[in-house]
Design a protein around this ligand. Sequence first.
Ligand SMILES: [Zn+2]
Length: 337
Amino acid sequence: MLRIARDYNMAIAGTPSFPVIPEVPPYKDPSAGDIIIRTSDGVDFHVSRRRLAVLNARLDGSLPSTFPSDPKSKPSISVSETSAVWEKFLRVCLVDEELSYALDDISSLVETGLKYGIPAIATRMRYALVGPTALEKEPFRVFLMASAYGLRDVALVAARRTLRLEAIDHEAFGALKDVSGLDYLELLKYRSQCGEAARAVVSPPQQRGNAFKLPGWIAEHPEHWSLLAVTCTARCASDTRTVSVTEVEGQPTTTYVCVRKSWIAYLDALGKTLERRPWGPGASDPELLEPVIVSAVNCQTCAKSMFRSAMGFAKVVEARVEQAVGEVRMLTDVRTL
Ligand SMILES: [Zn+2]
C-alpha cells in the first residue's frame, strides 16, 4: 500500500514526492493480504503470503497446503506472541519507516525474528541501537545486544561509549538471556587496556634530582609546557616545582621552568581517574581543575588568565587521551573487520 501510494503521488505530480505513510498500516486492513496472523490476545493481522515468503519467514509450515477458493476466506495462523509484539514486528518487516524503539522492544523484535526465520531483523534494528537514546543511556547493554546479534561494528562503537562510565552496570545483563562470556571478557579487557593507555598519557611526574620530569608530550613541546609554566614573579612563584623541559622542540637543549604544584597534583589525580574511567573530557572535571584555579586566585597577575589557561591545557589533555584510547583495539576488530 505504501509503494502504491508513493507511485500514485509521483504519477499525479510528475515529480518525486515524500513517501506517504498510510494512517492504517496495511496489516490492519481486513481487505489486505491473503492470510491472517492471529495473536495470543486474539488480534488479527492481515498479511500477504508472498511478502512473508520474500522475508523467508518460517510460517509456511503452519499454512494449509491448499487455499480456499473464496478470496474473502483467509486461512489464519495462531502465534504465541501478543499483538503488541506482532504489531511492532510487522511494522519493522512491512513498513518502510524508521521508528525509535526501546532496548526491550529491540530485544523482543530480534527474538521474534529469529524464531520465525528472519534474522535480518537484527540488521534492521541497527539504526535504533546506535540512536542517541540507547547508546548514551545504556552503552553496556547495546554492546551486549549488538555482540549477540552479530553487529560487531555497532558493538565496537558501544564499547568505546562505555568508557565514560566508571563501572559496568550489571543490570544490563538481566534483560539478555544469551550473553556471551567471551564478549563480556573482551569488553573488560578493552576497558582495562584503555585505562592503561589513558593513564600513560598523564603518567605521574617523576622526580629527577631537584627537578620533576613531566610526560614527554608535555616536556618536549614548548606549546604544551608553556601552558603550565609560571612566569609570574609575584606570590605564585613560591608554590611551584621545578621541571626540566626541552627549550626548543626537536632539539636536545634542556631548560628548567617552574610549574604550579597544583598542576603536578592534577596530573597525578587525573591519571588515577583515567585508569578507572578512560574518557578524555574527564580532564576538564571541575573537581580536578579547581585546586589549579584556586592556586592563582590571590595573585593579581595570574587570577585573570588562570581559568582560560587551565581549560586550554585540559582540552589538550582530552585530545591526547582520546587519541591514545582510539589506538586500543578489541580482539573483535581483528576478527571481524
Ligand atoms: Zn601569579
